[in-house]
Unconditional design. Sequence first.
Length: 272
Amino acid sequence: MSRTPDATCLVVMHSCYFMARIIRVPAVAAPSVTAVPERESPSSPGDFMSQNWQQPQQPGGYPQQQGGYPQQPAAPQPGYGYPQAQPQQPQPGAPQPQFAGGGFPPPAPQVGRQGNPLAAVGAAIVAALIGAVAYAFLLSSLADTDSNPPEVTKFAYAGVALGALVGFVVFKLGGRNVALWVVGAVLALAAVFLGELYGYAMIMNEAASNYVDKIGGAAANAANIPSANEIFFEHFGDLFDGWKEDADAITWIFMILSPVAAAGTAFRLSNR
């Protein structure tokens, strides 16, 4: 009875089995495979989004935040463990900072205009003397010397103009100096006082000349009428007594206006 192919295969398999038991071949150890834990599949889309998936870091870059944006490294804050920034002090011999115009910074502007006090006082004295003579001539020209006694007309603006002149000279040469303003006011008052007295001396001289002319004859030729300078310098006491008796409140008010005008003029010019 001939063997079928199936029977022949069975005989060959049994023969190989018995041969393998007789000849033992050492088994080669299989490589170990680390089991990777399987992730649980999310039960819902919300569970899938809530899982914290970490993005792989880029080589040589910065760690990424959630959402895929790179995280910038935080700058070190001054505090514990960090050196404090100290302001740099200028070193001796170091170049100074240059300004827009070049060179060193411009000097601070001076407060007010500076002047020469001595020159201002000298010029104010000269202006006061000239103003006093002009005031005296004006006072004499306004007086009525034909009447007996002579009638003197006061002119208030003459004292104001004289004070303004002294104040202008003081400011022009002395600058913004309050002490010089006070000196100018005193000089203006003295100028009006001297102008009043010298004006009265001129009025007395002119009144005496008119009286002698009215008398006429030999008495007029023999009369010795003193000049205004002689009355002012040689008879100053008598002149002052006569002026004081004739002075009234208006006279003193006009005299006060002169120093006020001097100080006010210097003050207004300094504030321009």
